[in-house]
Ligand binder design. Sequence first.
Ligand code: ZN
Length: 410
Amino acid sequence: MTTEPPGSADLSGVFAYTWDLVGDPAAAERIASLGVGAVVLQAAYHSVRAMTPYHPVHRTVHATHAAAYFPLDPRQWRGKRLRPAAPDWGVDAPDRFGTATSALRDQGLRVEAWLVLTHSTAAGERAPDLTVRNAFDERYGYALCPAQPEVAAYAAQLVSAFCERYDAAEVPTLMLEACGWLGFEHGSHHEKTAGADLSAGCRDLLSICLCAACREGIEARGGDSAGLAQAVRRTVDAEMRDGVRAPDTLAESLGERAAQALLRHRQWVIEDLTRQVAAVAPGRELLLMADGDPQATGPDSGLDLGRFGGRATALVLKCWDEENRAVARVEEAVRDSERPVIANVSVLDEHPTDLARRVARLLAAGARQIRYYHAGLSSPARLRALRMANAQEAVRAIAGAGTRTTEGAA
Ligand SMILES: [Zn+2]
């Protein structure tokens, strides 16, 4: 099967929040001036405190809980424990996503809806039994467990509600974040976990969900969930209390058989979630934020990319860390997966002057497109770097136009 990559060939994009646009008549033109072709626009998003350096009304926005930025029909959500809340920050508008989308489309920009599925403390507080539960029976209230049918149904309903509101001509693409498990890492403002100096292996163990649905899933794939929980507790305690560093891999900590059962369970649940989302989003491209390490949990779904049997038009790989590692990650994903790979590049963490080189290397490694993070959060110097890196990408695209196709997709 020969399929085009998302949008036109070599289309780059930039992330943006609705509050970067709503109430700022100059915002869409400013974003268009970056030279990108697409904007990944916040449609359902977790809590955050954000700078808005260019907005005429506000300088900071504090989204105090997860919210949907498009109007919801209360009748559709009546009686549901998991339901998106409405925002009450930033400049209000009856339809924030729609308002921002119109402005972006008027500038000729393609709009991609940015949907965060399982990360919501507000929802977790209403339904604690549906949150991730570690081997010590402790709940992570910010993380809904996707193995719970009610959570998957919520994610699908969220996407369905979105697609009913905006047709595929208006918003042809959905970018899925947290389409899987968030683990131990939270990244909130008030974390007090760093001082325990947990190793990556130990964090991975604390990221394993052992809720009833996950125990069942692990058992169904030949694992012993009680034995697995015991092994996690033993290894975590040995590191935290006695300084015996946990092994790097789950196979070493848990045994090969248990680790394989866990990873097969996770892979299947994530694949199934993408299928449920795709079923309610006909005619849309699905960009899946993914991590080629099946052991990984977080906003990027940890997957064995070579075996991924779910639905995704393309895979979006986070390339925010050290440059050589990011390049190697993209090379590996391009080799393993038949789907196009898109590199998610941060303009925030990177020294802006290195951005153009990083982008050039990621494209050389096989990334088909770039999504820059983030149009609204960046200083003028960072936006200049973004514009330069993107201009270089555009030159390359013109040079290579018409010569490339992609094998395989959703
Ligand atoms: Zn679970």
